[in-house]
Design a binder for this molecule. Structure first.
Ligand SMILES: C[S@@+](CC[C@H](N)C(=O)[O-])C[C@H]1O[C@@H](n2cnc3c(N)ncnc32)[C@H](O)[C@@H]1O
Length: 271
């Protein structure tokens, strides 16, 4: 898919998904976010750039770690995500965070501004991941650290059939790069190509739990990256796609709901 189109599909797709996002993914992504923050080792007083901040689930935790002498600049491609994140932060009376809508491939900052950059589950959507890592490298101070977590290999993510199920009902693949960086050593090579050193990489598994069909379907179709394509489906197409997806995750179903295997890769690296 042409990069400009890919960005538009993501931008407006996540606008649609934003209201469903936390009910779909808040609990499910916590293990990945925990690992990211554990590896990131942020310090009080740090100035941190977060890309793809979504509704601010990680933003709040970064804000707490860097404290009142620190600063978080949280960015995302989607206006609605930024709006929800800003409301969530305001509700919690956190005052060391500012938000800006921004593409992680084009960071609108001068060089060497930040002690750390963080990206939680955003790099799967970027047309040119190396470019986005090079941008992070550029805005980091020397010795600054980047921390990233992404989904792992397709074969280890039990929900992955959502992509072919949606793709075959639309004209172009909605998320063509999704598993690319999580496969093999791709993330390591991308970090090195962007100039980073002292890499630390962890591949780990986590179970994605949904108590019922309704929530599993909402998370996959309405709360994630295929949302833009999905909202254009007519009712019949939606029903068929839902059933096909539920069939694809049926191996992970028991009387308590779905326990779907997932894999993530987290990395830190230094400028
Ligand atoms: C799965 S959500 C992750 C949100 C949050 N970081 C978290 O861990 O809950 C993915 C986010 O990536 C954002 N995104 C997609 N492409 C992007 C890009 N090129 N630049 C910045 N953000 C992007 C989406 O708008 C969405 O908010």
């Amino acid at each position: 898919m042409e990069p400009r189109l890919q960005r538009r599909v993501q931008r407006y797709g996540w606008d649609k998904a934003s209201v469903f996002y936390e009910d779909s993914w808040k609990e499910q992504l916590k293990p990945a976010q925990d690992m990211l923050l554990k590896l990131a080792g942020l310090n009080p007083g740090d100035r941190v750039l977060e890309t793809a901040c979504g509704t601010g689930l990680v933003t709040m935790r970064i804000a707490e770690k860097v404290g009142t002498n620190g600063r978080v600049v949280a960015t995302d491609l989607s206006d609605s995500m930024i709006q929800i994140a800003a409301e969530n932060i305001k509700e919690k009376n956190i005052d060391n965070v500012t938000f800006q809508r921004m593409d992680s491939e084009n960071l609108e900052f001068d060089d060497e501004q930040f002690e750390a950059t963080i990206s939680s589950l955003g790099m799967m959507y970027v047309p040119d991941p190396v470019r986005s890592l090079k941008e992070k490298y550029r805005v980091l101070k020397p010795g600054g650290q980047t921390a990233v977590v992404i989904w792992g290999e397709r074969k280890n993510c039990g929900w992955a059939d959502i992509f072919p199920i949606v793709d075959k009902r639309v004209k172009t693949d909605v998320c063509p790069m999704f598993f690319q960086q999580g496969t093999g050593n791709a993330l390591k090579f991308s970090l090195q190509e962007a100039g980073f050193k002292d890499l630390q990489i962890e591949r780990f598994s986590a179970t994605i739990y949904y108590p019922n069909d309704e929530l599993a379907v909402m998370a996959a179709f309405a709360g994630g990256p295929v949302a833009l394509a999905y909202q254009k489906f007519d009712e019949q197409t939606k029903m068929e796609a839902h059933q096909e997806y539920l069939d694809s995750i049926s191996p992970y179903k028991n009387e308590k709901g779905y326990k779907i295997p997932g894999e993530f890769v987290a990395a830190t690296a230094v400028k």
